[in-house]
Each structure stands twice: as C-alpha cells, then as structure tokens.
Design a protein around this ligand. Structure first.
Ligand SMILES: [Zn+2]
Length: 277
C-alpha cells in the first residue's frame, strides 16, 4: 500500500461540529460512524486505525474556532492525538473574534506543541489579510512554521465568498515572502487558475488538494507536473467519500512516479522537518 501523508485532517469531538458541518460535510463520507466513541468524543485509537487502514502514515491535524459556521474544535483535540501518535502534526488555529490577543493565544498554542497555523477566514468570517493577524504571520515566517489558509468556497450557511478572495491570499504571500503558505483546496470552485498562478508567482506557495474531485485535478492545475514540489495530498477527513479511493484516482492521472511521490509524501517531509516516517 502506498504511504500517504494527509495534509488536511480535521479533529474534534462529534458534538463540537455544528449541525450544518455534520450534515453537509462530515456525513458525505463513511468515517463519522467509525472514529467517535459512544459519547461523541473522538476516539484517538479508532481515528488512527481507520487512517492507517487507508495507508495514511502521518498528517496535519487541524483545529478550528468557527463560532457561527463549522463549530469550535479546540487545539487541545489535535494535541491529544499527536501526543499518542506523533506522526500526526498538530497545527494551531486562530479567530480574531475570539482571540482578542492573537499573538498571546498563538504563543499558548505553540507552547502546547503546534507546528504551524491554519487560518479559516471563510468559516471565521474575516479576510486572511486582516491586520490583526499580521503579527502572528510574522512569527510563522520567523520560525519557519507553515501557514495554511482556507482558499476556496464553503457551502456552510453564514459563509461569504468575499472571504475567499484570492487577492487577500496574494497580499499575505507578497507581505511575507519567506513564509511557507499553503492554499487549502487550491481555490475551490472559482479560483483554481488564480491559485495555480500564485504557485507560479510565489516560490513558497503550495496547494493542498483536499476537498477536490481528483479526476479533475489536471484540468484545474495544468502545471501540476512542472510544479510537482508544490502540491500536497490532503483529504479533509473525516468529510471525504474515501481516502484510498481518492489516492487511486490521483495515481491514475497522467503524472510521473516522482510527481506522485512528491504529492503523496515527499513534499510534506520537506515542509515539516518534524515528520520522518
Ligand atoms: Zn478542511
């Protein structure tokens, strides 16, 4: 079985997700029934076994503080998984509406052990070039911590397309030229071309392929082979119809073995020196 690093894994207890998130996203896949204990808490052992069964040997764990849309899945969930299985790398998350001192909160999360940051402007209803977050981006750039930005649409009520505006992502890339920036979902629905252009224009910009139909990837990103070091496999687990099925479809695309190895695991090894599986 192919070894995979999944750059986009969500963690939280079942009851922490909003009803919309469960219905419109999580339950589009078969995993919601398999990873939670009876009381709705994430069962770390089941989470690990289910992913391992799909070939996942490591991944990035994403908390989220989306009060009005997806729910609040605090960073402690990610930390708990990584403490038991260190091949899973916890990232932090911030929402300036909740975290009035984003630097202080990020420092707290760093002390807990996070190795990067995810910002979800679409679910948290702010622009990703929000000046309140710039001091935190500065820390990420200084300490070589990757920054993931949700870059695409969302079907959850309360989300606005303007918070997925690619010009906002471009601002962050321009203002922090040494920051490793990952565009989650690579501009899903309207901005594939813009996301790929950012990969071409900015040396440190990456695309995570989570939540995209694998058979269309080369249509969305015709330069995938040329920029094979800048695309990252990810699934949006547990809201994915099938991890291994996605892998099969990507492997069937017209891409070289080297590109596939890069996408499935080697690029993650380069971006996250702490991951050594
Ligand atoms: Zn996601």
């Amino acid at each position: 079985m192919r070894k995979l690093f999944d750059f986009h894994l969500h963690v939280g207890h079942y009851f922490e997700w909003s009803e919309h998130a469960r219905r419109l996203w999580m339950e589009t896949g078969p995993y919601a029934d398999k990873i939670y204990a009876e009381d709705g808490c994430l069962d770390i052992e089941l989470f690990h076994q289910v992913l391992l069964g799909e070939g996942v040997v490591g991944g990035v764990l994403l908390p989220e503080y989306a009060l009005h849309t997806a729910g609040v899945m605090p960073v402690e969930r990610a930390i708990a998984v990584s403490q038991r299985y260190p091949q899973y790398i916890p990232f932090g998350a911030l929402n300036p509406e909740i975290h009035l001192d984003p630097v202080a909160e990020f420092e707290r999360q760093l002390a807990l052990g996070v190795k990067g940051l995810k910002i979800h402007g679409v679910h948290c209803q702010h622009h990703v070039n929000d000046p309140r977050l710039y001091p935190v981006y500065e820390i990420c750039q200084e300490r070589n911590l990757p920054l993931m930005l949700h870059a695409g649409t969302s079907v959850f009520p309360g989300t606005r397309l303007r918070h997925a505006d690619p010009y906002d992502y471009d601002d962050v890339a321009v203002d922090f030229p040494n920051l490793n920036l990952i565009l989650c979902h690579g501009g899903r629905n309207f901005w594939y071309t813009q996301a790929e252009f950012m990969v071409m224009r900015h040396e440190n910009v990456y695309i995570d392929l989570s939540g995209l139909p694998p058979r269309n990837l080369l249509r969305y990103y015709p330069k995938m082979e040329k920029f094979s070091q800048r695309f990252l496999f990810g699934t949006d687990f547990p809201g994915v119809p099938g991890v291994a099925a996605n892998v099969e479809k990507i492997a069937a695309l017209d891409l070289t073995k080297e590109t596939l190895d890069n996408i499935f695991i080697n690029n993650a090894r380069r971006l996250l020196p702490g991951f050594n599986q």
